[in-house]
Design a protein around this ligand. Structure first.
Ligand code: 26Q
Length: 809
C-alpha cells in the first residue's frame, strides 16, 4: 500500500525525516512555546502530536469533501464509552511515519519511547464495550466507511486505580490537565438540550415541550485516521455548557457562587463516566448524560441531512445510527420527537423513519446491566419522551397481539408495568458472539424473537490489528512481515499464510526470541510499577479485564492458593515456574469485586515472600489497568485466562488480542472463546468446565457447592486457608463474604469448575515444558486469529445492518 502517498489533489505536508524534524521544532517553538533546551517530555509529545495531526488534516478535509460530494450514507456510532487510549503511536503508525518520526527525534536527541509515555491514556470508558467502539472507529476508517463516533467528552475519564495495602483506591483521572493536542473545539457547533418542564399539545401529533432547564452541547472533534491514512473519520464528543452568558449581576453583588452556578450545573453532566447511581440524584444525572449526548448527536445528524435534502422520509437511506448497548436507547423517542415536533412529520411516519435508522447492539445478558428507568424519573426529566414511549408501547401491543405462537405482551413491552419502569431496547438487535446471540434468542429476548423473528442477528466482535499487533507488538509484526509480507495489517485474514511457518524450526526460534523480548519488557514494567522482580523465563500467565464475579478472578486466585499449597507440600518437586499477572478495576460501588482485589494482593504477598516457593510461583497484581498497560502486557503473555462462567461473557475481546499475539487460551466455552476454539483448533487451546447449557441446568437443579468442596481436598484446603486467615493474619475474618458465598450460593459456579480448571492448569504446565511444541501452537494461534479482525466485524455490520458499501481495506 502506498502509505504516505496522498491522492493527487490533496496537499499533504512532507513526511521525510527532515520535514518531520522541522515540523516538530516549529510546533515546539510556535505552538508549545518552548525551545529544545527547556522542553520536557510532554512538550515534545505535544509538538510531535501536532506535527502528526497536521499530516492527518488535509486527508480529513478531503474525506469530508468526498463524502459530501457523493452524498454517501453515513454511520453514526453512539456510545457512552470510547476507550481510545493513547493516539500518538497509533496515528503515526497508520500514517506510515512511526519509524521516520523516531529517527527525526533521535536526531534531536530525544527518545521516542519516553515522550510517548507522557501522553495521558484517554480512558473514556471502562471495558470491552468502550474498547470495541475505539476498534470500530479504526476499522470504519480503514474500510472507508463515512462515520462519526459520538459520545461524551468526560472531564475525568474512568478513575485512576491505586493499590494501598492491597486495597483498590480510586482517584480522579485528569487526562485533560495538560491539554489535548488531538482535538478541535467547534464553538459554532452546539445544540440546546432540555430537561424537565412542561408539554403542551399542538396541532396533529405535534407537541410543544418547554423544558425547565436547558444546557448547550458543544462539539469537540478528533480525527481518526485509518490504516494508510487515506480515509479519516471524526470522533465528535460533546461537552456541556450553560446557555446564558456569565451572570455579572450576581457576581457584582458579591454572590460569587450563585454567579458560577449555571456553569457548575452544566459541567456536572460531563464530569465523570458512570457517576454513582445508587442515589436518586445520581440516577437523574446518568439519565441526563445519556439524553445529553444522544440528543446532541441526533440533532447534529438531522441538521446535516436537512442542509442538503428536503425529504426526511429518505433519512434511512442516508444515516445508520448504531446504539452501543442501551445507554443511548433514548434515541428512539428522541428521533421521533425531533421528527414530529420540530419537523412536523406524523407520528407513524416518524416511527417508521426512526426504525429505519436505528439499530442496537446488546453486550450483556446480566439483568442488573440491562437498563430500566423508573417511570417517574423519565416523566420528570423527559416528559415529552414519556408520552412518545407510551404511544410506541401501544402500537407495539397490536403487533404482539398477532404473534404466533402467542406471546405475553407484558414480557416484551417497552413499559414494564409490573416494575413501573421504562424498559429500553426493543429494536433491530445484534449480539456480539455466536453463543451470546443464540442465548439472546433463547432466553432474555425469547419472546421478542417470537414477535419479530429474524430481528436478532449476530456480529461477532473483533479487534483492530493496527493497535493490537502492529503498534503494540513491533517485534512480532516485523517477524510476521518478514515471513509473509505486511498485507495482514490492512487485511488480517491474510495472516493465515503464517500457518506453515509453525512447522519451521527456525521461525519458531525467532518467534520465541520475540516473546522473550516482550516478557523482558513486561518484567521491567512490573518492577517499575510494583517493585516486584519476576523471572522472564517463567511462564507468563495473564488475566486482565474488569473485575467482576462472572469473570471469575476468584477462580484464578483459588487455584493459585491450591497451587501454592501443593508447592509447600512438595517443595522439591519439578514445578513449572509461573508468573501470574492479574490486573483490572472494580466498579467503586462493587464491594465484592474490591474484596477480591484485596484477596489477590494478600495471597500474592504471602506467596511471593515464601522462601520455599522461590522463583517457581509469583503473583503480581498490576495497578491501574488501562489500554496502554494492556499494550505492554498482551505481547508478553503466554497463557490467556478467559475463565468466565459459561453463558455470562457476551464475547470478550481480550481473548482475541491474546490469541493474535501468540498466547494460548485457558478458558471456558463462553462468548467468543467458542469461536476461537473452532478456529485455532482443539489442540491449541485449553478448554475446561461446564458449558452454558450445563450451567443453566445446574442452576435449575439447585447448585450445591459442598458437593464439589467435599470431593476436592485441594479446593477445600484453599477455601479453609482463606477462611482461617492464612493470608490475612491481621484480620482473619476479612474474606468471610467470599468464603461464605463460595460455600453457600456460589452463583458463579466457581466450586463446580474448580477441579476441571486445576486439571487444565496442570495440562498447561506439561505442555509448556515442551517449548518447541508450545511455540508451534502459539504460532498457530497467531495465524488462525485473522477472522477476529474488527474489519471483518465492521463488514458484517455494513452488510447486514447499516446497508453501506465498504472499500477494499
Ligand atoms: C449499566 C447500568 C448502570 C450503570 C452502568 C451500566 C453499564 C456500564 C458499562 C453496564 C455495562 C457496561 C459495560 C459493558 C461491557 O463492557 N460489556 C462487554 O462488551 C464487550 C464488547 O461487546 C464484550 O466483549 C464483553 O463480553 C462484555 O462484557
Amino acid at each position: 500500500m502506498d502509505i504516505a502517498t496522498p491522492q493527487a489533489d490533496v496537499e499533504v505536508r512532507g513526511t521525510s525525516q527532515t520535514a518531520l524534524k522541522k515540523a516538530i521544532l516549529e510546533h515546539l517553538a510556535y505552538s508549545v512555546g518552548k525551545d529544545a533546551d527547556h522542553a520536557v517530555a510532554r512538550d515534545w509529545a505535544v509538538a510531535l502530536s501536532l506535527a502528526a495531526r497536521d499530516r492527518v488534516i488535509d486527508r480529513w478535509m478531503q474525506t469530508t469533501r468526498e463524502v459530501y460530494r457523493t452524498d454517501a450514507k453515513r454511520v453514526y456510532y453512539l456510545s457512552m464509552e470510547f476507550l481510545i487510549g493513547r493516539l500518538l503511536s497509533d496515528t503515526l503508525s497508520n500514517l506510515g511515519i512511526l519509524e521516520t518520526a523516531k529517527a527525526a527525534l533521535d536526531e534531536l536527541g530525544v527518545r521516542y519511547d519516553t515522550i510517548a509515555e507522557s501522553e495521558p491514556d484517554a480512558a473514556l470508558g471502562n471495558g470491552g464495550l468502550g474498547r470495541l467502539a475505539a476498534c470500530f472507529l479504526d476499522s470504519m476508517s480503514n474500510l472507508g466507511i463515512p462515520a462519526y463516533g459520538h459520545g461524551i467528552r468526560y472531564r475525568h475519564g474512568l478513575f485512576r486505580q491505586k493499590i494501598g495495602d492491597g486495597w483498590q483506591l480510586e482517584e480522579a483521572e485528569d487526562w485533560l490537565a495538560q491539554g489535548n493536542p488531538w482535538e478541535f473545539r467547534r464553538p459554532e457547533v452546539h445544540y440546546p438540550i432540555g430537561f424537565g418542564g412542561v408539554v403542551a399539545a399542538a396541532e396533529g401529533d405535534r407537541a410543544v415541550w418547554t423544558p425547565g432547564e436547558t444546557v448547550l452541547a458543544a462539539a469537540f472533534d478528533t480525527p481518526v485516521a485509518g490504516w494508510g491514512g487515506h480515509h479519516v473519520n471524526t470522533l465528535r464528543l460533546w461537552s456541556a455548557k450553560p446557555t446564558g452568558g456569565f451572570d455579572l449581576g450576581h457576581f457584582n453583588q458579591g454572590q460569587f457562587l450563585e454567579a458560577a452556578a449555571p456553569e457548575v450545573l452544566a459541567e456536572t453532566i460531563c464530569r465523570v463516566l458512570y457517576p454513582d447511581d445508587t442515589t436518586p440524584e445520581g440516577q437523574e444525572l446518568r439519565l441526563k448524560q445519556e439524553y445529553f449526548f444522544t440528543s446532541a448527536s441526533l440533532q447534529d445528524l438531522l441538521r446535516r441531512f436537512v442542509n442538503h435534502h428536503d425529504d426526511l422520509a429518505r433519512l434511512p437511506n442516508h444515516a445508520a445510527v448504531q446504539m452501543n448497548d442501551t445507554h443511548p436507547a433514548i434515541a428512539v423517542p428522541e428521533l421521533v420527537r425531533l421528527l414530529v415536533d420540530d419537523h412536523g412529520i406524523g407520528f407513524d411516519k416518524a416511527l417508521e423513519i426512526t426504525r429505519g435508522c436505528l439499530a442496537y447492539t446488546n453486550h450483556t445478558l446480566l439483568p442488573e446491566a440491562l437498563e430500566r428507568w423508573p417511570r417517574g424519573l423519565v416523566g420528570a426529566i423527559l416528559p415529552r419522551h414519556l408520552q412518545l414511549i407510551e404511544r410506541i408501547d401501544q402500537g407495539f401491543a397490536t403487533v404482539v397481539a398477532k404473534a404466533q405462537p402467542p406471546v405475553d405482551f407484558e414480557a416484551v413491552r417497552i413499559l414494564d408495568t409490573g416494575g413501573d419502569a421504562v424498559r429500553m431496547g426493543n429494536h433491530r438487535i445484534n449480539g456480539v458472539s455466536a453463543l451470546h446471540t443464540d442465548l439472546m434468542q433463547r432466553t432474555v429476548f425469547h419472546d421478542l424473537n417470537t414477535v419479530l423473528p429474524g430481528r436478532i442477528v449476530n456480529q461477532t466482535n473483533g479487534i483492530t490489528p493496527r493497535r493490537w499487533m502492529k503498534v503494540c507488538n513491533p517485534g512480532l509484526s516485523k517477524l510476521v512481515a518478514q515471513a509473509i509480507g505486511d498485507g495482514w495489517v490492512g487485511d488480517l485474514e491474510r495472516i493465515e499464510a503464517l500457518a506453515p511457518f509453525a512447522d519451521d524450526a527456525g521461525f519458531r526460534a525467532d518467534f520465541r526470541t520475540v516473546k522473550q523480548e516482550n516478557k523482558r519488557r513486561l518484567s521491567d514494567r512490573i518492577v517499575a510499577l510494583t517493585g516486584q522482580k519476576v523471572d522472564p523465563d517463567a511462564m507468563f500467565d495473564v488475566q486482565i479485564k474488569r473485575l467482576h464475579e462472572y469473570k471469575r478472578q476468584l477462580l484464578n486466585a483459588l487455584e493459585a492458593v491450591a497451587h501454592y499449597q501443593a508447592i509447600q507440600q512438595a517443595p522439591d518437586a519439578d514445578w513449572q515456574p509461573r508468573v501470574k499477572v492479574i490486573a483490572g478495576k472494580a466498579f467503586p460501588g462493587y464491594e465484592m469485586a474490591k474484596l477480591i482485589i484485596k484477596l489477590i494482593n494478600d495471597v500474592a504477598k504471602v506467596v511471593n515472600a515464601d522462601p520455599a516457593v522461590r522463583d517457581r510461583f509469583k503473583i503480581v497484581f498490576l495497578p491501574n489497568y488501562n489500554v496502554s498497560l494492556a499494550e505492554v502486557i498482551i505481547p508478553a503473555a503466554e497463557l490467556s485466562e478467559q475463565i468466565s462462567t459459561a453463558g455470562m461473557e457476551a464475547s470478550g475481546t481480550g481473548n482475541m488480542k491474546f490469541a493474535l499475539n501468540g498466547a494460548l487460551t485457558i478458558g471456558t466455552l463462553d462468548g467468543a472463546n467458542v469461536e476461537i476454539a473452532e478456529r485455532v483448533g482443539a489442540d491449541n487451546i485449553f478448554i475446561f468446565g461446564l458449558t452454558a447449557d450445563e450451567v443453566a441446568a445446574a442452576r435449575a437443579a439447585g447448585h450445591d457447592p459442598c458437593r464439589y468442596i467435599d470431593a476436592s481436598p485441594a479446593l477445600a484446603g484453599a477455601i479453609d486457608a482463606i477462611a482461617s486467615g492464612a493470608f490475612s493474619p491481621d484480620d482473619p475474618d476479612r474474606f468471610r463474604a467470599i468464603t461464605d458465598d463460595l460455600t453457600g450460593h456460589d452463583y458463579f459456579m466457581v466450586t463446580a469448575d474448580f477441579h476441571a480448571y486445576a486439571a487444565a492448569q496442570r495440562t498447561v504446565d506439561g505442555a509448556y515444558g515442551d517449548q518447541d511444541d508450545w511455540t508451534q501452537r502459539a504460532v498457530l494461534n497467531t495465524s488462525h486469529a485473522g477472522w477476529f479482525s474488527s474489519d471483518r466485524t465492521i463488514r458484517g455490520y455494513a452488510r447486514d445492518i447499516w446497508d453501506v458499501p465498504v472499500g477494499t481495506g
